[in-house]
Design a protein around this ligand. Structure first.
Ligand SMILES: [Zn+2]
Length: 733
């Protein structure tokens, strides 16, 4: 299987050239796979346990301790180390390195049998990214090669070698490993960790196969405008999906219930097309183990939303580490209980099933055991309220891998992701329940659930995607959009004007300006004292700060209301020179209008990215107002009270749940949290769907019955206090 198959070659050939688009090549290749019937185990597990053995665990650690722990915490599924860089079972495959400590035992088999006795689902973990000297000597061509032609030693364990993910090591050797594991043990699946490579590889196979597919040499640049780089991105993705499907097929041939489960996926910066991932995976795990640096707690919920955008109701495990996840990689560390609790709570509130991961069977620091036990015991008790059927949020925040790849390139974090993070935080502050939406899933059926779509500088949009957005507005949907949205096509080729100019009611008049210093916005309050809802809460000021980058635009028609206009930059030093040099009331900085049956708001500047950088309260207010106005309907749930909460709302089979995750904490924006600080009373107003009659209301964390006022359409629930997490569960008759 080292060579590209003829079918894939034909697919690729048809798409060769500058017209290649990463996801499309893959979609074309994958579309030919018939989807088999889904076995029923995927949706059963609610709580996962992962034990990754280290090589010297066998003979030293106590497997029974772990099995007892799994049982005590009601874990109903496990992921256990099996093979790859180290085999923990008596493998017969030449060069598959057995743990030097296991002698004639079967550490994987022992844990596997014990978990089965506990009635747990079990998947085997393999990690192919590194290998030993004997493999290097026997098959030097299996080793990854750097840009200078040198074989790559492992960066952290220099006695090991880094393998090539796209050549025979994975396609042949690891295929045999996966077949052996699936044959020896009736595992429910094989979880591939670090299976997709460790950076660009220039080995002989990669060179030859890429040349065969595209007639090009491997690129030496990361510039997405370079044709070879573009072709490489498409080829690498196609090759990885081919590998995924190969392993999946071989595992299923042995056990039709089992799957290859790739450690893959994420948001806009994720390299594999999520639309394809969502189609081929029956179950998936989001491997964001803890936060680091300036990452808010809600990042775990964001991860859940990104996965669910493409997987829908398929089960998604939220992998959390009990340790510190900073670049210095203290893998044997333990985080504080409040930090772990809040991280997991936000994942659960957003639809992920908890999965703890622990490295090393021998424990040096046991403090995490009780924390996970508390979380899992509660989760088990209220499990039936966590089997979500669908979210009830009406707002969708669009993310775009094609924008990150072709417009963002090396700077995708700042040029693409920071815009999304700004909206994300503003929506959390405004307590708006929302989902994330993949930009390649904008068809009418997918969008039915939504009343509003947010396009945070979604620069790259195809004509078809723009048509889908127009149809959404025609159907009564609203749009809030910013900056360079639709100024590029799906391959990052600039357009002369916005493809969505008709929706925005604006046309571009010049190149992007910035970074702007000391620029402001004039608020055009109505002369009669009437405050437009978009400027609500900002009545006390005639001006506010601007963003940092702007696209010069002119309104398409003179009748467009300009609620915000530009006050251009003026000197910020010396202080004697700091006075405005005139205004531009002719240059709108906010365009808001009714279009068909929907409402469209367009900010021709980076309000979202600037909000993420600066967190100006005025910008947050403006974003919240824009979302409220363009949605133009009542929210499914409104929560009032002090504090910062992540609010999500779900439909269950015979109930509704509202999750309130208390993010109010001095360490909210930079962990780790040291203590849980309760917020006071929250009033939760839920719209009761037509036809549902409320039978019972509970607070699942407080384990109490709250004060409730009912009317025909609303339920007003008083939540006296929230420590880290509360769930309002509403049972229907
Ligand atoms: Zn290679």
């Amino acid at each position: 299987m080292d060579e590209i198959s003829r079918r894939d070659f034909l697919v690729l050939s048809a798409l060769t050239g500058v017209g290649i688009t990463k996801g499309l090549a893959v979609a074309a290749a994958v579309a030919q796979d018939p989807a088999g019937p889904a076995p029923d185990w995927f949706d059963r597990p609610m709580r996962w346990a992962q034990l990754t053995l280290v090589e010297n665990d066998p003979g030293r650690y106590d497997p029974q301790f772990w099995l007892d722990y799994f049982s005590r915490i009601h874990a109903d599924a496990a992921c256990l180390s099996a093979g790859g860089v180290v085999a923990y079972y008596p493998t017969k495959i030449p060069l598959h390195h057995r743990s030097a400590w296991m002698r004639d035992t079967d550490p994987f088999g022992t844990l596997f049998d014990g978990c089965r006795r506990n009635n747990m689902a079990v998947i085997a973990r393999t990690d192919p990214h590194a290998t030993h000297q004997d493999v290097h000597d026997a098959h030097p061509d299996w080793i990854a090669v750097d840009a200078d032609g040198r074989k790559r030693r492992h960066w952290a364990s220099p006695e090991l070698w880094v393998t090539c993910a796209l050549g025979p090591y994975n396609f042949e050797f690891m295929t045999e490993v996966h077949k052996e594991i699936a044959s020896r043990y009736r595992v429910d699946g094989i979880f591939g960790n670090r299976w997709s490579g460790s950076g660009m590889c220039y080995c002989e196979h990669c060179q030859r196969n890429f040349r065969a597919a595209y007639g090009l040499d491997l690129p030496r640049t990361t510039d997405p405008r370079d044709p070879a780089r573009r072709a490489y991105l498409a080829w690498q993705e196609q090759r990885l999906f081919e590998l995924w499907r190969l392993w999946d097929r071989e595992i299923r041939a042995i056990n039709p219930r089992a799957r290859f489960i790739a450690n893959a996926g994420g948001g806009a910066l994720s390299p594999l097309d999520m639309k394809t991932v969502g189609r081929i995976a029956d179950i998936l795990f989001a491997d964001r183990q803890a936060r680091r640096g300036l990452m808010p707690i809600w990042a775990n919920g964001k991860n859940a939303k990104e996965y669910r955008a493409v997987l829908g109701a398929k089960p998604i495990g939220g992998i959390f580490s009990v340790g510190v996840e900073e670049p210095y990689r203290w893998k044997d560390s333990v985080q504080s209980e409040p930090e772990i609790r809040m991280w997991v709570a936000d994942g659960t509130a957003n639809g992920m099933r908890p999965w703890f991961t622990k490295f090393s069977g021998e424990l040096y620091d046991r403090r995490w055991l009780a924390t996970v036990e508390k979380i899992y015991t509660w989760h088990h008790r209220v499990e039936r309220y966590l089997r979500n059927e669908r979210p009830l949020a009406r707002v969708g925040l669009v993310y775009s891998q094609q924008t990150a790849t072709y417009y963002g390139g090396d700077r995708a974090r700042e040029r693409v992701e920071d815009h999304t993070l700004g909206f994300y935080h503003a929506l959390i502050e405004a307590r708006v329940p929302f989902e994330m939406v993949h930009d390649r899933l904008l068809d009418r059926e997918r969008l039915q659930a939504f009343k509003l779509l947010i396009l945070p500088n979604v620069a790259c949009l195809s004509d078809v995607q723009c048509d889908e957005l127009r149809a959404f507005v025609r159907d009564g949907g609203g749009i809030v959009s910013t900056f360079e949205t639709s100024l590029y096509d799906e391959q990052g080729t600039p357009r002369t004007d916005f493809a969505l100019a008709d929706l925005f009611g604006a046309r571009r008049t010049g190149p992007v300006e910035g970074p702007m210093h000391n620029s402001y916005l004039r608020l055009q309050h109505g002369a009669n004292g009437r405050v437009h809802p978009l400027l609500a809460g900002l009545e006390d000021t005639p001006r506010m700060i601007n963003g940092v980058w702007r696209v010069p635009v002119a309104p398409a028609s003179a009748s467009t209301d300009a609620l915000l206009t530009l006050i251009p930059s003026y000197p910020d030093l010396p202080m004697e020179m700091v006075y405005p040099r005139g205004e531009r009331p002719d240059l709108p900085q906010l365009l808001a209008r009714d279009v068909d049956r929907g409402r469209v708001v367009y900010f021709p500047w980076d309000i979202d990215r600037t909000f993420w950088e600066v967190l100006s309260a005025d910008h947050g207010r403006l974003i919240a107002n824009a979302v409220e106005w363009a949605t133009n309907e009542e929210r499914p749930v409104t929560v009032s009270g002090a504090g910062l909460l992540d609010v999500t709302i779900w439909r269950q089979r015979s109930s509704m749940t509202v999750h309130l995750v208390n993010l109010t904490n001095p360490m909210m924006m930079k962990g780790p949290v040291r203590e849980l600080i309760p917020v006071g009373e929250q009033r939760v107003r839920v719209r009761i769907p037509d036809g549902d009659a409320v039978a019972r209301v509970q607070l699942l964390v407080a384990d109490a019955t709250p004060r409730v006022e009912r009317s025909s359409t609303y339920l007003d629930v008083t939540v006296p206090s929230i420590t880290d997490h509360e769930v309002v569960a509403i049972d229907f008759r």
